[in-house]
Design a protein around this ligand. Structure first.
Ligand code: ZN
Length: 152
């Protein structure tokens, strides 16, 4: 019993290492494939944004002064203060209708990575503030969802 326990399966020592498949052959990157196929979108986007025509006069639940950045208090250069639609896309007009607009300095809008267009934490904070405002002034959560298609 003892000896059989001790006996080990012999290693397949003499088996030559099987040559594995050849190393992955180097595939050269297709020159310019990723960059050349993408048209520059930034100009396009700016044109689309500029083409949007407000449906309602601008007003904000956050401030009466749409020329002063709500975050920084900056108002030196009015061209540098953007009025952001808190609910964008198809809800831009709804944002105007319910005064869910906020004036932001360009960097806090969409000209830096911490700007509200790229900063999910800030975006949600502002959206949820608007939802709370809706509940206090306009209607129910269900009605908000009917209007804006989503509850944030
Ligand atoms: Zn915006």
């Amino acid at each position: 019993m003892y000896s059989t326990l001790k006996r080990k399966t012999p290693l397949r020592a003499k088996a030559p290492l099987r040559a594995k498949k050849g190393l992955n052959t180097y595939k050269p990157l297709r020159a310019g494939a990723s960059t050349a196929s993408k048209p520059k979108k930034s100009g396009e986007k700016k044109q689309r944004q500029a083409a949007y025509k407000p449906v309602y006069p601008y007003a904000s639940i956050f401030t009466a002064d749409l020329k002063t950045c709500y975050i920084t208090g900056s108002n030196k250069d009015s061209a540098d203060i953007h009025v952001h639609h808190i609910f964008g896309g198809a809800n831009k007009a709804n944002s105007e209708k319910y005064h869910f607009l906020i004036p932001l300095r360009a960097d806090w809008h969409d000209m830096a990575d911490y700007g509200i267009h790229f900063n999910r934490e800030l975006d949600l904070k502002i959206k949820r503030f608007c939802q709370d405002y809706w509940l206090e002034h306009y209607g129910t959560k269900e009605e908000f969802i009917v209007t804006f298609s989503k509850w944030w």
